[in-house]
Write a protein that binds this ligand. Structure first.
Ligand code: ADP
Length: 562
């Protein structure tokens, strides 16, 4: 049956009100949403959000096609069919949109929620072809008369819209990690305006009966779908710059290609063809280069993020290592001190007379133990320095005494190695220094120990130099010397010279690091001079006569009047 008296819709179409508006509003929307939806989907095939927005685009296009069919037909059977199908597709759009929003915002909806929503949708599906959906066709107005299901449809759509808004508001209040407020605001506006522009016809149609205004709503839908697509692209996988360049090139090519509709000469035909080929070529190169740039940038970003993570991990490991060393060294120190005590008691004869060969062996054990104590002390000091727990007990001390104590404990070792160990007393008595005597002695011992360790022939000499500001202790040896390029690194943690392996000299590379820190904490300086490989070395310890201890903020160093 056909509408004879072509009233409302039919009349609208061919009247003067807006003859082309219907086609414009619907087909622009269909093409734009399909282009946007499929672009985003095919660029992000693994993204569920992109897939859902693609489904919304398809449903929206279907709805628009049914709507156009309903408007332009006068065949009642076709109108009844397309109108009826619209009543199915419309709630489906809200349903997919709800799914999209909850997925995008990572809302955890349990199975009961999904079950209830699906159950509520079922009546719409099952009553689709009954008179509850469309009652009959009114030829006089050329319209289908809606059944009771219409109210249910509207209520269902309002409920889904309310749920969508609930999710949006909830996320705006409690911002989830990884999402900025700006991101959620743009997303919420995109979704809400999409719903408004889509239901515009219903909202306005119910308030006014102006069919022209209702058409404008459909222009909004692709725009807001574009916003959502942008967000998926921007915050998910693909980069928005490539998206922009491709969109620009696509519109340029469409504009050039559309000139074919107005071409009337062969010359123009060829010219437009060449322009089109050029645009295609340049467009391809441009997109490719932008893509490459962005990929490189992204790779760099990923790398720098990995570096940051690795750095944090390294710091943690370093801390754990320092803690371990500190605990282990503490445990080692006590038995070593006990061994030292007993060995010297036995050597001194406190447990009865020992013959020379046993004494000799015990003395070797004693000096090996001494080395071990020094090593453990170095480890402990290094971990204290690193964690900022190094403490200094300042007291009056004479540098000459500290030097001679160090020499005493190492004399045996030098003798064993067949080396001389000589101290040249200062020309005039040195002032009394206010320092941590034990730690400064450790540094001196370390330098002498090294000098013995790294000398094959000759020996070690210790001298003093002083001026009006400072006193220097110089430990010189006739040993293996130090190549110029190694000098800047020697005082760093765990740094050992290349030549050391030749001598089979054991060590950790911590002694000089600890020494530098201890002397600098006293306001002094350590350094080394060497004339090169095989030419011996001179290690310097310089302590100022006056310095401010930052921990106690008073002037220490040389005592006043001395
Ligand atoms: P270790 O002696 O345990 O290796 P140190 O921190 O005490 O560690 O010394 C660091 C490095 O400095 C040594 O490995 C060695 O190469 C070099 N060095 C130190 N003292 C001397 C010296 N007197 N002569 C030559 N090289 C030395």
């Amino acid at each position: 049956m056909f509408c004879q008296d072509a009233s409302a819709p039919f009349l609208f179409l061919f009247s003067d009100i807006a003859p082309q508006l219907l086609y414009y509003s619907h087909f622009t929307g269909i093409i734009a949403t399909l282009v946007i939806g499929s672009y985003v989907f095919f660029k992000n095939t693994s993204s569920i959000s992109a897939f859902l927005i693609f489904i919304v685009a398809i449903l929206f296009s279907l709805w628009s096609i049914f709507d156009v069919i309903t408007w332009v037909n006068i065949d009642s059977r076709i109108i009844m069919l397309s109108w009826g199908l619209m009543n199915l597709v419309e709630p489906l759009i809200y349903l997919t949109l709800l799914y999209f929003v909850s997925h995008y915002l990572k809302e955890k909806t349990d199975y009961r929620f999904k079950f209830v929503v699906v159950i509520l949708f079922l009546p719409i599906l099952f009553l689709l072809s009954t008179t509850y959906n469309l009652k009959y066709f009114d030829l006089s107005v050329c319209e289908s008369i809606q059944g009771e299901l219409m109210k249910y449809n509207y209520s269902f759509e309002i409920l889904l819209s309310a749920l969508i808004i609930y999710f949006l508001v909830k996320n705006l209040i409690f911002i989830r990690e990884g999402m900025s407020r700006k991101h959620i605001v743009i997303f919420s506006l995109g979704v809400i305006f999409f719903i408004i522009s889509f239901s515009w016809a219903n909202i306005v149609g119910n308030i006014t009966t102006d069919w022209e205004i209702t058409q404008y709503g459909l222009f909004g839908a692709p725009v807001f779908m574009g916003v959502l697509a942008y967000l998926i692209v921007r915050y998910k996988a693909f980069n928005v710059k490539v998206f922009g360049v491709q969109a620009l090139m696509l519109s340029l090519i469409i504009i050039i290609a559309s000139e074919y509709f107005f071409i009337d000469s062969l010359v123009n035909f060829i010219l437009v063809g060449i322009t089109l080929i050029l645009a295609l070529g340049f467009g391809y190169i441009l997109t490719k280069s932008v893509k490459r740039d962005i990929q490189q940038k992204e790779e760099l970003e990923v790398l720098s993020q990995q570096l940051v993570k690795a750095n944090i991990q390294l710091k943690k490991l370093d801390k754990a290592k320092s803690e371990f060393i500190s605990i282990a060294s503490h445990q080692l120190r006590t038995p070593l001190t006990a061994i030292k005590g007993y060995l010297s008691l036995v050597v001194e004869g406190s447990y009865g007379q020992v013959d020379d060969s046993v004494k000799n062996a015990l003395q070797k054990a004693y000096s090996a133990n001494e080395r071990l104590i020094l090593l453990v002390e170095d480890l402990l000091n290094a971990s204290r320095i690193e964690s900022g727990r190094m403490k200094y007990d300042l007291a009056d001390a004479r540098l000459e005494d500290l030097v001679s104590q160090s020499c005493d404990s190492l004399a045996l070792k030098a003798e064993d190695e067949g080396l001389f160990l000589k101290v040249n007393a200062p020309k005039s008595p040195l002032p009394v220094f206010h320092v941590d005597g034990i730690k400064v002695r450790e540094v001196i011992s370390n330098f002498i120990d090294n000098a013995i360790k790294y000398t094959e022939k000759g020996g070690v000499e210790i001298g003093f130099e002083s001026d009006s500001n400072s006193v220097k202790i110089i430990v010189s040896d006739t040993g293996i010397g130090i190549p110029r390029d190694e000098i800047p690194y020697l005082f760093k943690k765990f740094s050992r010279g290349k030549n050391t392996s030749r001598l089979n000299a054991t060590g950790t590379g911590l002694g000089l690091f600890v020494a530098k820190n201890i002397i600098e904490a006293h306001g002094g300086r350590v350094w080394v001079e060497s004339d090169g490989i095989g030419k011996g070395s001179r290690f310097y310890i310089q302590l100022p006569l006056k310095w401010i201890d930052p921990n106690i903020s008073t002037e220490v160093g040389m005592k006043e009047g001395e």
